[in-house]
Design a binder for this molecule. Structure first.
Ligand SMILES: NC(=O)c1ccc[n+]([C@@H]2O[C@H](COP(=O)([O-])OP(=O)(O)OC[C@H]3O[C@@H](n4cnc5c(N)ncnc54)[C@H](OP(=O)(O)O)[C@@H]3O)[C@@H](O)[C@H]2O)c1
Length: 131
């Protein structure tokens, strides 16, 4: 397997992390690791049934809060509904991880803005990324 190894042992207690497409794959393992580090995870997923199963698995392991919210990035109405629900649910988002990707997702986000946004307020993130 190619790629680097993360050597940081930084804790994320009290922080809220939104991860898109994290019921499986790299997103799931990212959710697990950041939950281990103490973060509250908002799982923004298309398949909420699979996401709930993943959330249960990680909760049992870390004892931390994971919240599943529905998001289909191929549908702007789903993106808007998600943004509205997120705004109501969370006072602050500390980290946004735009993990979900499939060929059918076409959202006009400048490549330089995709990846990890730290320290930005929720409203700004929603306007920048979710419309
Ligand atoms: N695996 C690699 O070697 C590799 C290498 C470089 C970069 N990456 C990038 O890393 C990220 C994760 O890769 P992965 O291998 O873990 O991918 P994966 O196993 O295919 O998982 C992709 C995730 O994205 C979600 N997703 C797809 N379309 C979506 C949509 N329209 N709305 C919401 N969620 C959607 C999927 O949800 P469903 O379960 O509902 O389909 C799934 O949870 C991707 O952005 C990929 O491009 C991966």
């Amino acid at each position: 397997m190619a790629g680097g190894i993360c050597v940081s042992d930084k804790r994320l207690d009290g922080q809220t992390v939104v991860i898109t497409g994290c019921s499986v794959g790299i997103g799931k393992e990212t959710a697990r690791e950041l939950s281990r580090r103490g973060a509250k995870i908002v799982m923004a997923c298309r398949n909420t049934k699979a996401a709930e199963k993943t959330a249960d698995e990680i909760r049992r392991e870390t004892g931390k809060e994971l919240l599943v919210m529905e998001l289909d990035l191929a549908s702007l109405s789903s993106v808007r509904n998600f943004a509205k629900a997120l705004k109501t649910s969370e006072k602050m988002i500390h980290i946004l991880i735009n993990n979900a990707e499939k060929e059918n997702i076409r959202i006009p986000i400048p490549p330089s803005k995709i990846f990890l946004i730290k320290g930005a307020c929720q409203k700004k993130i929603i306007h920048m990324f979710l419309g």
